[in-house]
Ligand binder design. Structure first.
Ligand code: ADP
Length: 274
Protein backbone atom coordinates (compact mmCIF):
# COMPACT_ATOMS: atom_id res chain seq x y z
CA UNK A 1 0.00 0.00 0.00
CA UNK A 2 2.40 2.67 -1.20
CA UNK A 3 -0.10 5.56 -1.09
CA UNK A 4 -0.89 5.23 2.62
CA UNK A 5 2.82 4.99 3.38
CA UNK A 6 3.41 8.09 1.36
CA UNK A 7 0.61 9.88 3.13
CA UNK A 8 2.07 8.82 6.47
CA UNK A 9 5.52 10.00 5.48
CA UNK A 10 4.07 13.23 4.20
CA UNK A 11 2.07 13.85 7.37
CA UNK A 12 5.15 13.10 9.44
CA UNK A 13 7.22 15.47 7.38
CA UNK A 14 4.62 18.22 7.50
CA UNK A 15 4.45 17.80 11.27
CA UNK A 16 8.21 17.84 11.57
CA UNK A 17 8.40 20.94 9.40
CA UNK A 18 5.82 22.63 11.61
CA UNK A 19 7.74 21.67 14.77
CA UNK A 20 11.02 22.87 13.25
CA UNK A 21 9.44 26.17 12.27
CA UNK A 22 7.94 26.53 15.72
CA UNK A 23 11.34 25.88 17.31
CA UNK A 24 12.96 28.33 14.93
CA UNK A 25 10.42 31.01 15.82
CA UNK A 26 10.89 30.32 19.53
CA UNK A 27 14.65 30.60 19.12
CA UNK A 28 14.27 33.91 17.28
CA UNK A 29 12.01 35.16 20.06
CA UNK A 30 14.59 34.20 22.70
CA UNK A 31 17.31 35.95 20.69
CA UNK A 32 15.17 39.04 20.28
CA UNK A 33 14.46 39.08 24.01
CA UNK A 34 18.19 38.68 24.71
CA UNK A 35 19.06 41.51 22.33
CA UNK A 36 16.48 43.81 23.90
CA UNK A 37 17.74 43.05 27.40
CA UNK A 38 21.35 43.54 26.33
CA UNK A 39 20.63 46.94 24.73
CA UNK A 40 18.66 47.99 27.79
CA UNK A 41 21.57 47.11 30.04
CA UNK A 42 24.07 48.85 27.78
CA UNK A 43 22.23 52.16 27.64
CA UNK A 44 21.70 52.00 31.39
CA UNK A 45 25.44 51.43 32.00
CA UNK A 46 26.41 54.28 29.69
CA UNK A 47 23.94 56.75 31.13
CA UNK A 48 25.53 57.04 34.59
CA UNK A 49 29.00 58.19 33.45
CA UNK A 50 27.52 60.32 30.65
CA UNK A 51 25.35 62.21 33.12
CA UNK A 52 28.36 62.63 35.41
CA UNK A 53 30.41 64.18 32.62
CA UNK A 54 27.51 66.35 31.50
CA UNK A 55 26.95 67.50 35.10
CA UNK A 56 30.53 68.65 35.61
CA UNK A 57 30.72 70.35 32.22
CA UNK A 58 27.44 72.24 32.78
CA UNK A 59 28.56 73.39 36.23
CA UNK A 60 31.80 74.65 34.70
CA UNK A 61 29.99 76.52 31.96
CA UNK A 62 27.57 77.98 34.51
CA UNK A 63 30.41 79.76 36.30
CA UNK A 64 32.56 77.22 38.16
CA UNK A 65 35.16 77.79 35.44
CA UNK A 66 36.15 81.13 37.02
CA UNK A 67 37.64 79.48 40.10
CA UNK A 68 40.96 77.92 39.17
CA UNK A 69 40.97 75.10 41.76
CA UNK A 70 37.32 74.17 41.19
CA UNK A 71 37.93 74.23 37.44
CA UNK A 72 40.76 71.73 37.69
CA UNK A 73 38.85 69.49 40.10
CA UNK A 74 35.75 69.34 37.90
CA UNK A 75 37.69 68.80 34.71
CA UNK A 76 39.50 65.90 36.38
CA UNK A 77 36.16 64.38 37.42
CA UNK A 78 34.80 64.78 33.90
CA UNK A 79 37.94 63.09 32.61
CA UNK A 80 37.36 60.18 35.01
CA UNK A 81 33.83 59.81 33.67
CA UNK A 82 35.17 59.62 30.12
CA UNK A 83 37.75 57.05 31.22
CA UNK A 84 34.93 54.95 32.65
CA UNK A 85 33.01 55.20 29.41
CA UNK A 86 36.06 53.94 27.55
CA UNK A 87 36.43 50.95 29.92
CA UNK A 88 32.76 50.08 29.53
CA UNK A 89 32.87 50.32 25.74
CA UNK A 90 36.02 48.17 25.64
CA UNK A 91 34.35 45.53 27.83
CA UNK A 92 31.22 45.66 25.66
CA UNK A 93 33.31 45.19 22.57
CA UNK A 94 35.03 42.17 24.11
CA UNK A 95 31.83 40.53 25.38
CA UNK A 96 30.11 41.01 22.00
CA UNK A 97 33.01 39.34 20.23
CA UNK A 98 33.14 36.52 22.77
CA UNK A 99 29.40 35.87 22.68
CA UNK A 100 29.17 35.86 18.90
CA UNK A 101 32.10 33.46 18.69
CA UNK A 102 33.92 36.08 16.63
CA UNK A 103 37.09 35.87 18.60
CA UNK A 104 39.75 33.45 17.49
CA UNK A 105 42.15 32.30 20.14
CA UNK A 106 45.81 32.56 19.27
CA UNK A 107 47.58 29.77 21.08
CA UNK A 108 51.19 29.92 22.14
CA UNK A 109 53.39 28.73 24.97
CA UNK A 110 54.26 31.22 27.68
CA UNK A 111 55.42 31.51 31.28
CA UNK A 112 52.36 32.01 33.49
CA UNK A 113 54.50 33.17 36.43
CA UNK A 114 55.94 35.98 34.32
CA UNK A 115 52.44 36.88 33.10
CA UNK A 116 51.14 37.19 36.68
CA UNK A 117 54.19 39.28 37.59
CA UNK A 118 53.44 41.61 34.65
CA UNK A 119 49.86 42.03 35.87
CA UNK A 120 51.18 42.80 39.38
CA UNK A 121 53.39 45.54 37.89
CA UNK A 122 50.48 46.91 35.85
CA UNK A 123 48.17 47.09 38.87
CA UNK A 124 50.71 48.17 41.47
CA UNK A 125 49.48 51.78 41.60
CA UNK A 126 45.84 50.74 41.90
CA UNK A 127 46.72 48.35 44.74
CA UNK A 128 48.92 50.95 46.47
CA UNK A 129 45.99 53.35 46.67
CA UNK A 130 44.25 50.85 48.98
CA UNK A 131 47.52 49.65 50.54
CA UNK A 132 46.85 46.18 49.20
CA UNK A 133 49.81 43.85 48.76
CA UNK A 134 49.99 41.76 45.60
CA UNK A 135 52.11 38.64 46.08
CA UNK A 136 52.80 35.07 45.05
CA UNK A 137 51.92 32.49 47.68
CA UNK A 138 55.26 30.80 47.14
CA UNK A 139 57.90 33.43 47.08
CA UNK A 140 60.57 31.83 44.89
CA UNK A 141 58.53 30.59 42.04
CA UNK A 142 60.08 28.96 38.97
CA UNK A 143 58.89 29.62 35.42
CA UNK A 144 55.87 27.48 34.53
CA UNK A 145 55.17 27.10 30.82
CA UNK A 146 51.52 26.86 29.78
CA UNK A 147 49.59 26.67 26.51
CA UNK A 148 46.85 29.21 25.73
CA UNK A 149 46.02 32.60 24.26
CA UNK A 150 48.44 34.79 26.19
CA UNK A 151 46.60 38.13 25.79
CA UNK A 152 43.26 36.60 26.75
CA UNK A 153 44.70 34.79 29.77
CA UNK A 154 46.33 38.07 30.79
CA UNK A 155 42.89 39.69 30.61
CA UNK A 156 41.50 36.92 32.87
CA UNK A 157 44.26 37.37 35.45
CA UNK A 158 43.91 41.15 35.24
CA UNK A 159 40.13 41.10 35.74
CA UNK A 160 40.41 38.75 38.72
CA UNK A 161 43.18 40.75 40.39
CA UNK A 162 41.40 44.06 39.68
CA UNK A 163 38.34 42.61 41.45
CA UNK A 164 40.44 41.48 44.41
CA UNK A 165 41.58 45.09 44.75
CA UNK A 166 38.14 46.66 44.14
CA UNK A 167 36.42 44.41 46.67
CA UNK A 168 39.45 44.09 48.93
CA UNK A 169 39.84 45.92 52.20
CA UNK A 170 42.35 48.69 52.96
CA UNK A 171 45.69 47.17 53.84
CA UNK A 172 44.57 43.78 52.52
CA UNK A 173 46.38 41.03 50.67
CA UNK A 174 45.91 39.43 47.24
CA UNK A 175 47.81 36.21 46.80
CA UNK A 176 48.35 34.23 43.62
CA UNK A 177 49.25 30.56 43.69
CA UNK A 178 50.07 28.43 40.68
CA UNK A 179 49.38 24.83 41.61
CA UNK A 180 50.41 21.68 39.80
CA UNK A 181 47.01 20.04 39.36
CA UNK A 182 47.52 17.01 37.11
CA UNK A 183 50.09 15.86 34.60
CA UNK A 184 48.48 18.15 32.03
CA UNK A 185 47.03 21.05 33.99
CA UNK A 186 47.94 23.80 36.39
CA UNK A 187 45.53 25.76 38.54
CA UNK A 188 45.91 29.53 38.90
CA UNK A 189 44.34 30.71 42.15
CA UNK A 190 43.73 34.30 43.23
CA UNK A 191 42.83 34.73 46.88
CA UNK A 192 41.83 37.93 48.67
CA UNK A 193 40.84 38.77 52.22
CA UNK A 194 38.26 41.32 51.10
CA UNK A 195 34.52 41.70 51.58
CA UNK A 196 33.62 38.23 50.33
CA UNK A 197 30.35 37.19 48.68
CA UNK A 198 27.22 35.80 50.30
CA UNK A 199 26.40 32.24 49.25
CA UNK A 200 23.13 33.04 47.52
CA UNK A 201 24.87 35.52 45.19
CA UNK A 202 27.62 33.20 44.00
CA UNK A 203 25.65 31.39 41.24
CA UNK A 204 24.93 34.66 39.41
CA UNK A 205 28.42 36.23 39.56
CA UNK A 206 29.39 35.29 36.01
CA UNK A 207 26.24 36.70 34.39
CA UNK A 208 26.83 39.85 32.41
CA UNK A 209 25.87 43.07 34.22
CA UNK A 210 25.28 41.20 37.48
CA UNK A 211 26.68 42.85 40.61
CA UNK A 212 26.11 42.09 44.25
CA UNK A 213 26.33 45.73 45.20
CA UNK A 214 25.40 47.97 42.27
CA UNK A 215 26.47 51.33 43.61
CA UNK A 216 29.64 49.89 45.15
CA UNK A 217 30.67 48.36 41.85
CA UNK A 218 29.88 51.49 39.83
CA UNK A 219 31.80 53.67 42.29
CA UNK A 220 34.78 51.38 41.69
CA UNK A 221 34.42 51.89 37.94
CA UNK A 222 33.04 48.41 37.20
CA UNK A 223 31.03 47.58 34.10
CA UNK A 224 29.57 44.39 35.58
CA UNK A 225 31.13 42.52 32.65
CA UNK A 226 34.51 41.51 34.10
CA UNK A 227 33.57 38.04 35.31
CA UNK A 228 31.37 37.32 32.27
CA UNK A 229 34.41 38.03 30.09
CA UNK A 230 36.58 35.82 32.32
CA UNK A 231 34.13 32.92 32.05
CA UNK A 232 33.87 33.19 28.26
CA UNK A 233 37.65 33.22 27.81
CA UNK A 234 38.17 30.22 30.10
CA UNK A 235 35.37 28.27 28.41
CA UNK A 236 36.77 29.10 24.97
CA UNK A 237 39.97 27.42 26.21
CA UNK A 238 37.81 24.43 27.32
CA UNK A 239 39.07 25.04 30.84
CA UNK A 240 37.26 25.47 34.14
CA UNK A 241 36.73 28.34 36.55
CA UNK A 242 35.92 28.00 40.24
CA UNK A 243 34.89 30.40 42.96
CA UNK A 244 34.80 30.01 46.70
CA UNK A 245 33.94 32.81 49.03
CA UNK A 246 32.98 33.54 52.57
CA UNK A 247 31.11 36.72 53.36
CA UNK A 248 33.28 39.07 55.42
CA UNK A 249 36.34 36.82 55.10
CA UNK A 250 37.40 36.83 51.47
CA UNK A 251 37.17 35.17 48.07
CA UNK A 252 39.10 32.73 45.98
CA UNK A 253 38.80 32.53 42.19
CA UNK A 254 40.72 29.87 40.32
CA UNK A 255 41.00 28.55 36.79
CA UNK A 256 42.76 25.68 35.07
CA UNK A 257 45.13 25.94 32.14
CA UNK A 258 46.99 23.39 30.08
CA UNK A 259 50.69 22.92 30.61
CA UNK A 260 52.91 23.38 27.59
CA UNK A 261 53.63 20.02 26.08
CA UNK A 262 57.19 19.00 26.62
CA UNK A 263 58.79 18.38 23.28
CA UNK A 264 61.37 15.70 22.86
CA UNK A 265 64.73 17.34 22.21
CA UNK A 266 65.43 17.22 18.49
CA UNK A 267 68.02 14.69 17.50
CA UNK A 268 71.05 16.19 15.92
CA UNK A 269 71.88 13.69 13.20
CA UNK A 270 75.33 15.08 12.53
CA UNK A 271 76.27 14.50 16.15
CA UNK A 272 74.97 10.93 16.04
CA UNK A 273 76.80 9.95 12.88
CA UNK A 274 80.08 11.65 13.63
P1 ADP B 1 32.17 44.55 38.29
O1 ADP B 1 33.34 44.32 39.20
O2 ADP B 1 32.48 45.46 37.19
O3 ADP B 1 30.93 44.91 39.02
P2 ADP B 1 32.42 41.72 37.66
O4 ADP B 1 31.71 40.91 36.61
O5 ADP B 1 33.89 41.74 37.60
O6 ADP B 1 31.80 43.16 37.57
O7 ADP B 1 31.97 41.18 39.08
C1 ADP B 1 30.60 40.99 39.37
C2 ADP B 1 30.32 41.18 40.84
O8 ADP B 1 30.93 40.11 41.60
C3 ADP B 1 30.90 42.43 41.44
O9 ADP B 1 30.04 43.54 41.27
C4 ADP B 1 31.05 42.05 42.92
O10 ADP B 1 29.81 42.23 43.56
C5 ADP B 1 31.35 40.56 42.85
N1 ADP B 1 32.79 40.24 43.01
C6 ADP B 1 33.66 39.96 42.00
N2 ADP B 1 34.90 39.69 42.48
C7 ADP B 1 34.82 39.81 43.82
C8 ADP B 1 35.78 39.66 44.90
N3 ADP B 1 37.06 39.33 44.68
N4 ADP B 1 35.31 39.85 46.17
C9 ADP B 1 34.02 40.18 46.40
N5 ADP B 1 33.09 40.35 45.43
C10 ADP B 1 33.47 40.16 44.16
Amino acid sequence: QPITTDMETLTREVKKFATDKKLEIEMLQVREEYRREFLGNVSHELKTPLFTVQGYLSTLIDGAMDDKTVRKKYLKRAEKGVERLIYIVEDLDMITKLESGDLNLEFSEFDIVELVQNVFDLLEMKADKKKITLAFENYHIQPILVHGDKDKIQQVVENLIVNSIKYGKEGGLTEVAIVNLTKKKVLVRITDNGEGIEKQNIPRLFERFYRVNKSGSRAEGGSGLGLAIVKHIIEAHKEKIYVESEFGIGSEFSFTIEKARLRKPELNLEQIYN
